[in-house]
Each structure stands twice: as C-alpha cells, then as structure tokens.
Design a protein around this ligand. Structure first.
Ligand SMILES: *Cc1c(COP(=O)(O)O)cnc(C)c1O
Length: 219
C-alpha cells in the first residue's frame, strides 16, 4: 500500500497557512510506508498499539516524533516512556501518575494531553469536564507536563453534531488555558472531520486513512 503523496502535499500546504500540526497516523501500516512519508518531510507520526510502536521506533529514524494516540494501559507505559514525544489519550489520573513514574525513571518530562469525552457514544474513553475541573495535584507530578486536550467526535454523518462536540471541547480548552500557562495543544480532527475541527479551533489533527489508504483492520 503506497502513501497518497498528493493528499499529503495538499494537506501540508493547507496547514502551513493555519499553523496546524499534522500527525500522520500510521497504525497498522508498515515501516516502509512510514519511510516513504518521512522522505516527503513528515516527522510526526501517530500510533495506537504499544508493541507496534516499539517495533517501529527501533527500526526508523531517531528524529521521528512519536505520538501515542490510542488507549494506553498503565502496565505498558514503561515500554514507550524512553522515547514517546506526546501521549494524547490520557484518560485517568492513575495513568498520569504511572506516566510520571516511568518518565522519572528515564530522566524525562513526558508531555501529555488529557482526553476529554466529547462524543455522545458510550464507548469512548476520557474525562468529562466536571472530572477535569476536579483534577488537582497535576503540579506535583514533576515528570509529566500536561500541554492540552484531545478529543474525538462521534462517528456520524451529522456534521452539525460533530461541530457542536468540537465546540464544546474548544470551550473547555479555553477555560483551562486561562488557568494553565502550559496549555497550548488542542488535538482534534481525523480524516473525516479535520476541516470542521480546524474551523472550531483545533491546532493538531490526526490523519490516517486519507494519507495511507484504508486500514486492513480498524480498531
Ligand atoms: C486511527 C485514529 C485516527 C486516524 O483516523 P483516520 O480516520 O484514519 O484519519 C485519529 N485519531 C485516533 C485516536 C485514532 O485512533
């Protein structure tokens, strides 16, 4: 499966005007697919599965910034702690504490995004706004730095629903940004809804199938 070079160059051009960071989501794709996109200049890649990420990291250039965008289990943090650039889907304080512990072991500060549950679907992980407000003790974790929020809209053709979910996330982001000087990243938008996400204030989008073609399996 080859990389869709045209789509990539088009997105790069589009995003250069809005200072949006493009994460190329390479889950289930091969190392050679990633190399192809690396050769076009892409450095930020997103992965969902710990073992797959660890294997790819070992084979691929060291200046790649690896984003973990999937659901992360606490017992697997140790495998990615030595190198991960940004963890997008932090959905519990327990997980954040474990990331802090593993980051300390590696003498690093790991940047994280808290995942907010914005879709009405029941299956999505994440905090709700109320829980987020109640989160205290973030500053005691010296080896993690919470730099923003991440969210996923409902999987639906109803664009107004998607837009209103993104609006909610942006307004929560704005509230927290006022209290927290380190907040700067709002990760929202995928292949199907990135345009709406950017219109609603996203500055980091995670795009897979549009760049790499459909995935063999979809989790
Ligand atoms: C797979 C995935 C993406 C990319 O989805 P596409 O529809 O292929 O662009 C983005 N974000 C998360 C969290 C994902 O799991």
């Amino acid at each position: 499966m080859a990389v869709n070079k045209e789509a990539y160059l088009h997105l790069k051009e589009e995003f250069s005007k809005t200072s949006t960071t493009l994460i190329a989501v390479s889950k289930t794709k091969t190392a050679s697919d990633i190399e192809e996109m690396y050769a076009l200049g892409q450095r930020d890649f997103g992965e969902n599965y710990v073992q797959e990420l660890v294997e790819k990291e070992a084979q691929l250039p060291k200046d790649i910034r690896w984003h973990f965008i999937g659901h992360l289990q606490s017992n697997k943090v140790k495998y990615i702690a030595p190198f991960v650039h940004l963890i997008h889907g932090v959905d519990s304080f327990h997980l954040l504490r474990e990331i802090n512990k593993q980051a300390a072991k590696n003498n690093r500060i790991i940047h994280c995004l808290l995942q907010l549950h914005i879709a009405q679907e029941e299956t999505k992980f994440g905090f709700d706004e109320y829980e987020l407000t109640g989160l205290t003790g973030l500053n005691e974790l010296k080896n993690v730095c919470v730099v923003g929020l991440m969210g996923m809209a409902s999987f639906t053709d109803d664009t107004e629903k998607v837009r209103s979910e993104f609006k909610n996330l942006k307004s929560t982001f704005d509230k927290f940004e006022i209290q927290n000087s380190k907040f700067e990243i709002l990760s929202m938008g995928m292949s199907s809804d990135y345009k709406i996400a950017i219109e609603e204030g996203s500055n980091m989008v995670r795009i897979g199938s549009m760049l790499f073609g459909a995935r063999e399996y979809n989790k």
